[in-house]
Design a protein around this ligand. Structure first.
Ligand SMILES: [Zn+2]
Length: 303
């Protein structure tokens, strides 16, 4: 090779490669490498991501879950775990128990234990996540703004131990990353908001109580009455939290509840006198503060 004298090499590009080249600008040099007697060229393409300015009337809140991977505030559900997957989960549970017994034996004999993870399930769940993310993204407008939860995996707990294990094994947190990836690819904007208590907050009046959610599917506000679906309600709560600087800057997730209760009391001062069942407003803010402890409170204020 000589400096300043280019060498032209003909290359074959597969269809996907052609498509990507058509979308962006070729960047930098080309790397040539030889594998099994074949030469390969690696090209880097820069795709400009120009996202249109979002129309705030096109906000869609998305709640993450196990029963429905994504629930949109529009009332649409994406990625319901199919029956074959449920069957697979049942089978893996049987296998898991068997492996645990085997491991107990192996441990006694001082032999290495077998792996409890099930790659087939993880792959199936990931597939389902990808499919659900695609379906959701396809329902959006170009100028939509998707409001997502800043996911706190530790906070995502289910009543059944089995569901918790599946949640952990399938890495549902990946669903959020997958969705962001698809949104980026489609040039659709998204924002992250704090998710604390979004499953217990009423999207209409703002009343927060764990009894607002008597079952995983139902949402019945103790102050203003039942809502269509718990996850749809949660999606709407996320929309409400967009641009809420006060919630964004809280040091401890428990303060979110304090702030929400204070706001509710200000909006509906009469709620304190309402009796019957839940008694909104009777959970004093001071109790919440005591639960955190004064030490923590001081730390949070000074940092
Ligand atoms: Zn309400």
């Amino acid at each position: 090779m000589e400096k300043g004298k280019p060498i032209y090499v003909p290359i074959k590009i597969h269809n996907y490669g052609k498509q990507v080249l058509g979308e962006g600008k070729l960047r930098g040099g080309v790397t040539l490498s030889k594998t099994d007697g074949q030469w390969y060229a690696t090209l880097a393409v820069e795709i400009e991501k120009k996202k249109p300015i979002a129309d705030l009337s096109h906000m869609v809140g998305v709640d993450l879950g196990i029963k429905n991977i994504f629930t949109a505030s529009t009332g649409q559900f994406f990625g319901q775990f199919s029956n074959p997957l449920k069957k697979l989960l049942e089978q893996s549970e049987v296998k898991r128990r068997r492996k645990q017994k085997l491991n107990a034996c192996l441990k006694k004999k001082g032999k290495p234990e077998v792996d409890l993870s099930s790659p087939k399930i993880i792959a199936t769940v990931r597939n389902e996540i990808g499919r659900a993310a695609n379906q959701l993204v396809n329902t959006l407008e170009k100028d939509s703004l998707v409001v997502l939860e800043k996911l706190n995996i530790k906070g995502m707990k289910f009543k059944s131990k089995r569901m918790n294990r599946i949640l952990k094994a399938s890495k549902i947190g990946l669903a959020l990353d997958k969705l962001k990836e698809k949104l980026d690819y489609k040039h659709i904007r998204y924002a992250m908001v704090p998710a604390a208590y979004s499953s217990q907050e009423c999207s209409e009046c703002g009343y927060v109580h764990k009894k607002n959610r008597p079952t995983p599917e139902k949402f019945k506000c103790g102050y203003c009455g039942p809502k269509e679906n718990a996850d749809v309600n949660a999606g709407k709560v996320l929309i409400k939290r967009f641009g809420d600087a006060e919630l964004l800057n809280v040091g401890h997730f428990r303060f979110v509840k304090t702030i929400l209760l204070e706001r509710f009391d200000k909006l509906f001062p009469d709620a304190r006198s309402i009796s019957g069942g839940l008694q909104p407003g009777t959970e004093p803010i001071r109790t919440v503060l005591r639960e955190i402890g004064w030490q923590q409170l001081t730390v949070n204020q000074s940092t």
